[in-house]
Design a protein around this ligand. Structure first.
Ligand code: SF4
Length: 291
């Protein structure tokens, strides 16, 4: 199966009637030499890590590398019953922040697609799980998400240093939106639309970690990614289409990444990293950690 673009996977699924996750499994099997069973078991293990890390850390604080975050998920966890935006959405944001704080504290992380954006996917999947979506459907969703990430990595980038945060939180959001559509019974075309709508919304997002540490703004950006992913999953399932197809959005993102100045690509020199407060914090870090 010679697949180069996401639209080809969608076309195969539509023409053959084979579910999109099965099409992805066959593609991955030819690429990696692993059997569909092995890939599914590995994917299930990754979901298991997300589940375990969430269960063992919910409502707790984290000691992160430089201490710019660590108690935000706890605050959000406690605030949950009062959340105006609704329980499911706030839960997704809370889990995303928790997993990102866990990453910032050197905890066990599923880099999906990267450590900095590792809260988005569990924010979405674990919220779906809490809402009654069966585990095997979540695994299937994660398999589909893997294909979205793979296509982005081939035609654009998953690296903030290379293409800005659009490549990390943007890609993570597109992957999670696709996973949510698939896991909740949406069509392959809706998966593609949800991924495109998500990536378009975060296109141009710069990578600007304060002091160069993956804490601010990274942790809270995971919350916005998880919420956007769930929103665009529903938007796509409502029948809204992305005028620009997903594969073209990926190409556009690659060009934006190339056009982005170095200061906005994980150097800690631009965006919010260049604000007076961030500069002050960075100076304090250099003194404290003798950088
Ligand atoms: S700001 Fe940069 S380091 Fe932080 S999550 Fe985004 S891409 Fe990663």
């Amino acid at each position: 199966m010679n697949v180069n673009r996401f639209s080809e996977l969608v076309d195969i699924s539509e023409k053959t009637g084979e579910p999109l996750d099965r099409v992805v499994l066959h593609w991955e099997m030819l690429d990696s030499g692993k059997s569909p069973k092995e890939i599914m078991e590995k994917t299930s293990e990754l979901l298991h890590v997300m589940e375990e890390e969430y269960e063992s850390h919910k409502g707790k604080t984290f000691k992160t590398l430089v201490g710019l975050t660590g108690s935000n998920s706890k605050k959000m966890y406690e605030y949950l019953p009062h959340a105006f935006i609704g329980e499911k959405v706030f839960t997704a944001a809370t889990i995303a922040v928790l997993m990102a704080e866990n990453n910032a504290s050197m905890g066990r992380t599923v880099a999906c697609p990267t450590g900095g954006s590792s809260g988005v996917m569990p924010g979405v999947l674990l919220t779906l799980e809490k809402s009654g979506i069966e585990r095997d459907k979540l695994v299937s969703g994660l398999i589909v998400a893997g294909a979205i990430g793979k296509i982005i990595s081939v035609h654009a980038s998953l690296s903030g240093a290379q293409s800005g945060c659009q490549a990390e939180i943007g890609s993570g959001t597109a992957m999670a939106a696709g996973a949510a559509v698939h896991a909740t019974g949406g069509t392959p075309r809706q998966v593609s639309n949800a991924a495109a709508l998500s990536l378009k919304s975060l296109m141009g997002l710069v990578c600007d970690p304060v002091g160069g540490f993956v804490e601010v703004p990274c942790v809270k950006r995971n919350a916005s990614g998880a919420v956007l992913a769930l929103m665009f999953s529903d938007v796509a399932k409502a029948g809204v289409e992305s005028v620009i197809p997903f594969d073209e959005v990926v190409d556009a993102m690659a060009k934006v990444g190339i056009a982005m100045p170095e200061s906005l690509r994980e150097t800690g020199k631009g965006g919010i990293a260049d604000t007076p407060t961030a500069q002050k914090i960075a100076k304090e870090f250099s003194k404290k950690f003798k950088l």
